[in-house]
Design a protein around this ligand. Structure first.
Ligand code: SF4
Length: 382
């Protein structure tokens, strides 16, 4: 029996041991895709029993594109003073949430750049005002790097910022900006973004405050498979720590390959000496499969249709993913790199799930099931 066969057989047993970094690397590199997907799919069945695949009606809101962090792969940001820089007003943001409410949405995912012209009170007033106007909408906002930027401007600690934001109505801290939690990779792609330890610390603080959190992973920067598994290890370790402290920890893990404009390919390729950036469908499906097997303490693995397309996202549902993401309604960060699909209809998500043999269910930000959709709702469109 080959090494990968032995490892996958062990992972398919009842009550398997946590996958080690070394074994994860081996199956990532050596196991045939079909075997990897089968093992991940079996793990999904034991970790998230039943045939339901979830999705959410939500809206992305990118409240400002002004940012001082200058990540090499980012086509979304504009430096302070740039003609195309913007910050939305409270009314503009609220109007977007009105549209979401009309469609039965349950959450906004509001993220932007690190904008030095916005002070602490701007954020707390925004959160208070949105909570007042839209009490049924979960405000999942910002990312660790934004929290760090606000802490720096305000002179508060990141914990204090999160604590005050929570008091003002923040529901969750999405896990954006993790990219690769390996400092040698981070220093090449986002030298000003700070260490992986900062991201982990801020997410740990958010979890200790009861904020809903998710973990992300962008790959394909020319890093090694070892680096990719190292990222997963750091997420899993934080989850272990949070769960042992009685916190809820991450609701989910979502990964996608970096989407790059041609000029950004050049920038990163030159810096890291890499030529083969991003990742194709097969590599993505290997990554999803390994993440399902590795993340034994995170229940939900999400497929990424905005970067891979709905067809590949459907295949990811048979590679361990149990959630197909959300409608989004608009997307400005990844799409700035050239993806064309920036929203999905309820019908599209539902049909994508049904045609893979799963039962679609609408969920909220905390993965509570709100509604199991029936066949005759297939034509429902937004
Ligand atoms: S990825 Fe985020 S932090 Fe980096 S430059 Fe873009 S907006 Fe700024």
């Amino acid at each position: 029996m080959t090494e990968w066969q032995t490892i996958l057989e062990m992972q398919l047993a009842d009550d398997p041991p946590p996958l080690t970094v070394e074994d994860a690397e081996k199956i990532y590199l050596q196991a045939p895709l079909s075997e990897l997907m089968y093992a991940a799919s079996e793990r999904r069945k034991s970790q998230v029993p039943g045939n339901i695949v979830t999705f959410m009606i939500d809206r992305n809101i990118n409240y400002t594109n002004i940012c001082t962090i200058n990540c090499n792969f980012c086509s979304f940001y504009r430096s302070p003073g740039h003609d195309e820089g913007y910050t939305q007003t409270f009314d503009q943001i609220s109007a977007r949430i009105d549209e979401l409410e009309e469609l039965g949405g349950s959450r906004i995912l509001m993220q932007g750049g690190v904008n030095p012209s916005l002070n602490f009170e701007w954020y707390t007033e925004l959160l208070s005002e949105l909570s007042r106007r839209h009490p049924s909408i979960a405000l999942d906002c910002f990312s660790p790097i934004e929290i760090e930027g606000i802490a720096e401007i305000s002179g508060l600690s990141t914990f204090e910022v999160l604590s005050r934001f929570r008091e003002s109505g923040m529901h969750g801290l999405p896990g954006g900006g993790a990219e690769m939690l390996v400092d040698s990779v981070r220093s090449g792609i986002s030298p000003k973004k700070g260490s992986s330890e900062n991201w982990i610390r801020v997410m740990g603080e958010a979890q200790s405050l009861g904020l809903t959190t998710s973990a992300t992973n962008v790959f394909g920067f020319g890093e090694s498979i070892k680096d990719r598994v190292e990222h997963m290890k750091k997420i899993r370790s934080l989850q272990e720590n949070s769960l042992s402290n009685g916190y809820l920890g991450f609701t989910s893990f979502i990964s996608w390959p970096v989407m790059l404009e041609n000029n950004a390919f050049g920038k990163i390729g030159t810096r890291r000496g890499a030529t083969n950036l991003g990742a194709g469908s097969v590599e993505y499906l290997r990554h999803v499969s390994v993440s399902r097997l590795f993340m034994s303490n995170i229940d939900h693995i999400q497929a990424s249709w905005p970067t891979m397309g709905l067809n590949v996202a459907q295949i990811a549902l048979t590679a361990g993913a149990d959630d197909i993401g959300s409608t989004m309604m608009e997307e400005n960060v990844v799409s700035a790199s050239g993806t064309t699909k920036t929203m999905a209809t309820i019908s599209e998500l539902k049909e994508s799930i049904l045609s893979c043999g799963f039962t679609p269910a609408r969920r909220d930000s905390d993965y509570n099931i709100l509604e199991i959709l029936k066949e005759d709702q297939a034509q429902l469109k937004i």
